[in-house]
Design a protein around this ligand. Structure first.
Ligand code: RIB
Ligand code: CA
Length: 312
């Protein structure tokens, strides 16, 4: 597609990140300029390896870069309890042959945004915001060149999943999140309020397995594994496909509902560190800085996912 939307996926795979990357690479409406790995669900050594595994599995090779191995100012907190030791537990996949790019992810972000025409590149962070914030801090000239940031992170009505107050991606690097949320770049936030409604069903997972393709088997294995944590914690059936919601929003924004409101990040209180303080009811005069999504058309989302993953 000549007028495909240019995106950069920043990610910490993670089974849900993996499905998001596959969805993006299966969709001709999108041109993935690169995949930048960040420390999050698992340490950087694994997240960059996992990103290469998934890109290779897609059959659509795009460059993969390694970025920051720790938050801007804090020790790394990981989530092996959710994603398993490898970060992609649920199916054993071969070591990637796709090479890791020598350029650091933050340099790639800066160089790409300086090279591409202003307002043509969308950033899609699916993990802690360390790489994005580091690029913004080092090269503020790129801020007005970013078309939009569509990120998975935060929560309001759904409250936290790593602490009572905070969602994991924001909690891991709240200082980075503050830089991004205060950057003035057009921002779409896909929080747990939306992603907790994007729950897989047994039927959908079996539909993936029935594709009888390497992608179908991987997605079924990952979601079977990923589901067990949320089922044990919330008693819900199904795995919440957090990160694929970001890509689905790019493809079909009509599947989502939200409000343009003010969202700020707690970076001081240890009790509520990483909380996204979303002024959903507009009770303050703080300026709106984000489209904060609250609802998703679950059936439409999974129909899109099925259609696209079947193409790989
Ligand atoms: O809280 C969910 C988010 O944290 C998802 O992006 C998941 O992959 C983890 O990074
Ligand atoms: Ca993620």
């Amino acid at each position: 597609m000549t007028d495909a939307r240019k995106i950069i996926i920043d990610t910490d795979p993670g089974q849900d990140d993996a499905v998001a990357i596959l969805l993006a690479l299966a969709s001709p409406e999108l041109q993935v300029l690169g995949v930048t790995a960040v420390a999050g669900n698992v340490p950087l050594g694994l997240s960059q390896r996992n990103a290469r595994v998934v890109v290779e599995l897609s059959g659509h090779p795009v460059p993969v870069f390694a970025g920051c191995d720790a938050p801007l100012r804090r020790r790394l907190v990981t989530a092996e309890h959710v994603h398993g030791k490898t970060g992609l537990d649920g199916i054993a996949l071969p070591e990637p042959t796709l090479p890791l790019q020598a350029v650091h992810a933050v340099d790639f972000l800066i160089e790409t945004l300086r090279r591409e025409p202003p307002g043509t590149v969308t950033l899609c962070p699916l993990g802690p915001l360390t790489n994005i914030a580091a690029a913004f801090a080092r090269a503020p000239d790129i801020l007005p060149r970013v078309a939009e940031i569509v990120l998975m992170g935060g929560a309001y009505f759904e409250v936290g999943n790593i602490t009572p107050a905070a969602e994991f991606n924001i909690y891991v690097d709240p200082e980075a999140a503050e830089i991004v949320f205060k950057s003035g770049v057009p921002l779409v936030v896909v929080p747990l309020d939306a992603t907790h409604k994007a729950l897989t069903s047994r039927g959908w997972v079996e539909e993936m397995r029935a594709l009888a393709t390497p992608v179908g088997r991987a997605v079924a294995g990952w979601t079977d594994f990923f589901e067990r944590f949320d089922t044990a914690k919330y008693g819900s059936e199904g795995a919440p496909l957090h990160d694929p919601c970001v890509i689905a929003y790019l493809l079909r924004p009509d599947l989502f509902r939200g409000r343009h409101i003010n969202v700020e990040i707690e970076t001081v209180s240890e009790l509520t560190l990483g909380m996204t303080v979303a002024d959903w009811w507009r009770v303050t005069d703080r300026p709106a800085n984000a489209l904060f999504l609250g609802d998703i058309d679950r059936a439409g989302f999974f129909a899109l996912l099925s259609d696209r993953l079947a193409r790989l």
